[in-house]
Design a binder for this molecule. Structure first.
Ligand code: BDR
Ligand code: CA
Length: 315
């Protein structure tokens, strides 16, 4: 029996890879997707989700849009346009969607899906945590109903937007602080794991013979790889969001350790830093897990096999 999975996301090129992984795996059934502003504005992330589901022949999955603005502050200057392109999808040539969203209130949509699911739901968040902060504010009863909550976000050690802050948390630190203090146990798949694994460009060579799917993903991943190449000097990418989805599908594959995690919101120097304490020196109780590592060969084998199988189903 597949486990029900809800995805909150800001596509985003690595989000597109992560969504495809979730759709391809029989262990989980994606019962809904919500969108948030992050890598690009909410209009783009919602449009990208809908046109991606059309490409993947999965318009049966309901999509709800959520927050365009962070929880308590204004959007900072767009930091991700250079990574994901002006439209969040590297300018990929996918048609405008004809499918419509089912709601503009992601928090209400998520709560309803969580309450009405016959099996406890896993929720995975691949973007800023704005929608999830609104969810725990408006519907605190669902916290106890969520089986596992996995995020791509944060870093115990080194950030990517600043020396200490990771993009998803940095974009909306107050929402992350709210979520970490909400009682919802967070499995934090942060840069400690995702930056440890390089997905070299040659691993995507098969896309050239993978039809419509291959054409779209090759274009997006080409743009994403160009960014990494200019920044890190290597033709590789970090598949941040797919690693978080892997943790959601295969629990403990990223080696979680219990921790107390809080978010810095007041310091200009360390804004958006996830402060991770695995020793509980101040006597706190753990509110989260921090993930440290992944078997890269196994992950790549699972990811590529899943996407190759998915590509074969698409005409
Ligand atoms: C995260 O930020 C975004 O650019 C990616 O989609 C990922 O979710 C990595 O820091
Ligand atoms: Ca993302």
């Amino acid at each position: 029996m597949p486990k029900p999975l809800l995805i909150d996301t800001d596509p985003g090129i690595d989000d597109a890879v992560a969504i495809a992984l979730a759709l391809a795996q029989p262990e989980v059934e994606v019962i809904g997707i919500t969108t948030v502003g992050g890598n690009s504005g909410l209009d783009h992330t919602t449009r990208n989700t809908l046109r991606l589901l059309e490409l993947l022949d999965r318009t049966d999955i309901p999509v709800a849009s959520g927050a365009s603005e962070p929880y308590q502050r204004q959007v900072k200057a767009p930091a991700a346009a250079g990574v994901h392109g002006h439209d969040g999808f590297g300018g990929v040539d996918l048609p405008d969607p004809v499918t419509k969203i089912v709601s503009t209130n992601a928090a209400d949509f998520l709560a309803e899906k969580i309450r009405n699911s016959s099996e406890p739901v896993t929720l995975v968040a691949l973007g800023p945590l704005t929608n999830i902060a609104h969810l725990v504010d408006a519907h605190p009863d669902v916290i106890a109903l969520i089986e596992r909550f996995v995020i791509m976000g944060g870093a115990a050690r080194t950030g990517n937007v600043t020396p200490v802050a990771e993009f998803n948390i940095w974009h909306d630190p107050e929402s992350a602080k709210r979520v970490f203090s909400s009682g919802l146990e967070v499995v934090m798949v942060g840069l400690d794991v995702t930056n440890s694994l390089k997905t070299y460009e040659h691993l995507w060579d098969w896309l050239a013979d993978a039809g419509k799917f291959g054409k779209a993903y090759a274009k997006m991943l080409g743009v994403y790889t160009d960014f990494y190449s200019s920044f890190y000097g290597e033709r590789m990418t970090h598949q941040h969001d797919a690693i978080a989805v892997a943790e959601a599908i295969w629990p403990n594959c990223t080696n979680p350790q219990a921790a107390f995690i809080d978010v810095e919101c007041d310091s200009p120097l360390t804004d958006g830093m996830t402060v991770v304490d695995v020793n509980m020196r101040q006597g706190q109780k753990p509110n989260a897990y921090v993930c440290w590592s992944i078997d890269g060969d196994l992950f790549h084998q699972r990811l590529m096999t899943a996407l190759q199988n998915l590509a074969k189903t698409i005409n």
